[in-house]
Every structure is written in C-alpha cells, then in structure tokens.
Design a protein around this ligand. Structure first.
Ligand code: SAH
Length: 225
C-alpha cells in the first residue's frame, strides 16, 4: 500500500468508526463470502468516499444507496459475491466492468486483478468515479464512456467481465469479448425477476450457472452526456 492510500484509509477510519466496518466484514462472512482477499479489500476500501457526504454515515451498511441520476452504489454483499465469483478459478489479469456508477466496485476490483476496463453511459458519474480512483491512487483502471451492451471490443478479449446493471438478455457482444476460459458475471431479467448468472467460455460454447435472485437497476441503451 502506498503512503497516499494509507492516508486516505486513515481519514476514512476517522469519519466512520472502525467497528462499523468490522461489523460489515463479519456480516459478509456470515452470509457466505469466503474469499479472504475479497473481504480484506472491502475492509480497506473507504466506501463512504463513494457516496454523497449526507449518506456517508450509512456507507458501511450492507445496502445499496442512491448516487443520483436514478442510480445506486451496489450493495457490499453483491460487490463481494460478484468479485468472488469472478476470481473463483484463479487470478485474472484483464477484467471489463459494465456500469462504473460511483466507482466503488471498480475500486474493489482494481485491488484484486491486474487491470480493469470500466464502461459507463452517464458521463458525470464516470468523471466523478475517475476522480475518486485517482484520489485513492488506484491507477490500473481505464474508463470508457459508452454503451455497455457493446462492451469495449477494441481491447477484447477479457478474462473476466462483470455487469453491475440488470440486462434483459445476455448481450452477445459481451460473450464475444470473453477470452477462452473467461468468466462473465451478470444479472439477467427484468423488474422483480432477476437472476445472477455466471457464464464461462468453454472450449466448446458456454456453460451457465444460475446463482439466485438479485436486485439491480436496469442496463439501459446508449451513452448519455
Ligand atoms: N457498481 C456500481 C453500480 C452502479 S448502478 C457502483 O457500485 O456504484 C449501475 C450503473 O450502470 C449506473 O451507473 C448506470 O448508469 C450504468 N449503466 C446502465 N446501463 C448502462 C449501459 N448500457 N452501459 C454502461 N453503463 C450502464
């Protein structure tokens, strides 16, 4: 950890009690998150810096919170679970994220994999997320303002892809951009009926695992200034 990151962390610990953070980690563990690296990274990532100051005191609750533009910062349990699923078969070097939002999941991922390529359709959210990652000195992330349905073909293939908004169907472009053995973690469905899925590119075709009901904001169409 760099000096800067260390300073950020200390400031974070000052603002929200260390006990509250420990309670969150304990809760994630009890809910079945078992990857200790994931738990450690979540413990060290100052989530309160990713929400409005007025909501900072709730940042270590295991709940999604509003970040403006009708969007939410993902629930810590979902961030942990999806990260763990991505990493289940071993370390990853290139991961694409669809739906940067606040940049919280991005920040967590960036500490778990070599490089993150993060796509967001709302420019102002992306700009703010970029600033936060620079503040935290997390430098292995590049951002694209665009439509996640299309992925980021120029830099494909990816060993992992994570989608943090619910898609009505699995976007074909994302399947196309998976490397052999690559893993796609994505909520699929609409409205109240959404399932978290893990799709793996096998030698022949794709395998699919359904992991249970989830609740995400929708994956919309096209970039938005
Ligand atoms: N992981 C984020 C979650 C943000 S909510 C966080 O923890 O903060 C989902 C995000 O997906 C929103 O920022 C939304 O703007 C974005 N999104 C929705 N449809 C998209 C699309 N087609 N392409 C890129 N981003 C999209």
């Amino acid at each position: 950890m760099t000096r800067e990151q260390d300073d950020m962390l200390r400031r974070g610990i000052g603002m929200t009690s260390q006990r509250t953070r420990e309670r969150l980690i304990q809760r994630l563990y009890e809910e079945g998150v078992s990857n200790t690296r994931v738990l450690e990274v979540i413990r060290q990532t100052p989530r309160h810096l990713f929400v409005d100051e007025a909501l900072a005191h709730r940042a270590y609750e295991d709940t999604a919170l509003p970040i403006g533009h009708n969007q939410t910062i993902s629930q810590p349990y979902m961030v942990a679970r999806m990260s763990e699923l991505l990493l289940e078969a071993g370390p990853l070097d290139k991961v694409m994220e669809i739906g940067t939002g606040s940049g919280y999941q991005t920040a967590v991922l960036s500490q778990l994999v070599e490089r993150v390529f993060s796509v967001e359709r709302i420019k102002v959210l992306q700009d703010r997320a970029k600033e936060r990652l620079v503040e935290l000195n997390l430098r292995n992330v590049v951002f694209r303002w665009g439509d996640g349905w299309e992925g980021w073909p120029a830099l494909a293939p990816y060993n992992g892809i994570i989608v943090t908004a619910v898609a009505t169907d699995v976007p074909q472009a994302l399947l196309d951009q998976l490397a052999p053995g690559g893993r796609l973690v994505i909520p699929v469905g609409s409205g109240e009926v959404q399932q978290l899925m893990l799709i793996i590119r096998e030698e022949q075709g794709f395998s699919r695992r359904v992991l249970g009901a989830v609740r995400f904001v929708p994956l919309l169409n096209g970039p938005l200034a």
